[in-house]
Design a protein around this ligand. Structure first.
Ligand SMILES: O=P(O)(O)OC[C@H]1O[C@H](O[C@H]2O[C@H](CO)[C@@H](O)[C@H](O)[C@H]2O)[C@H](O)[C@@H](O)[C@@H]1O
Length: 196
């Protein structure tokens, strides 16, 4: 180590930022920072020791409103870009219906935080009555599954409820299919689903 260097850059606030380096003096970057002898910067800052300078810079950066603003705005940007890549199905309903035209729809529903609210005790995460009704209706129209990362013993009760729904739905579809066949003659299986 022949020489220690300090590179000083002027920030927006007009306060100089010092970055210390223990490495040999690097070549001067073309049109970049102006290297200033470390001794002079230390004297100006009235601080002894590079570690303290770095700590001081870090704390200044963390408390800087510019830094806080840029962190917030980058979070907002990140969120917006995530939303663009993962739009809500409710905002794309027409497009989804167009894409599903003539195809068999299968519903995969998330349980915790989607069908049921997030609560402290996972054993108390129940679906509301109106959500149960909605899942019931869905299961009558489409093959419907609930996807969960819960362990098996945690969703036994849920399974029992779902089995009832599926039996109801199958019965409902079967009866609807029989009615259709009776009134319209031979119908394709898919047309029976269109009565939902
Ligand atoms: O894969 P998921 O169905 O989304 O399951 C993820 C976890 O869901 C449950 O935990 C979450 O919901 C609980 C009840 O509202 C809540 O107390 C917990 O804080 C959430 O993480 C479930 O208990 C876990 O086993 C699942 O891994």
């Amino acid at each position: 180590m022949t020489q220690q260097n300090v590179v000083v850059a002027e920030t927006k606030s007009g306060i100089n930022t010092a970055i210390t380096s223990m490495a040999p003096k690097p070549p001067a970057p073309p049109g970049g920072y102006i290297p200033i002898p470390r001794r002079r910067v230390l004297k100006n800052l009235e601080i002894n020791g590079g570690q303290r300078i770095n700590a001081w810079i870090d704390s200044m950066r963390a408390s800087s409103p510019t830094h806080a603003k840029s962190t917030t705005s980058s979070l907002v940007e990140e969120h917006s870009s995530w939303i663009l890549r993962h739009p809500s199905a409710l905002d794309m309903f027409e497009q989804i219906m167009d894409a599903a035209n003539g195809k068999q729809i299968v519903m995969f529903l998330d349980y915790d935080g989607t069908l049921s609210p997030i609560v402290q005790d996972p054993d108390r995460a129940f679906m509301s009555d109106s959500m149960r009704k909605t899942v019931r209706k869905l299961a009558r129209c489409f093959p419907t599954a609930i996807v969960s990362g819960r362990c098996k013993d945690k969703y036994t009760i849920l399974f029992a409820w779902l089995s009832c729904i599926m039996l109801e739905a199958m019965e409902w579809i079967f009866q609807g299919y029989k009615r259709l066949k009776k009134s319209q003659g031979q119908e394709s299986r898919s047309s029976s689903f269109s009565t939902c």
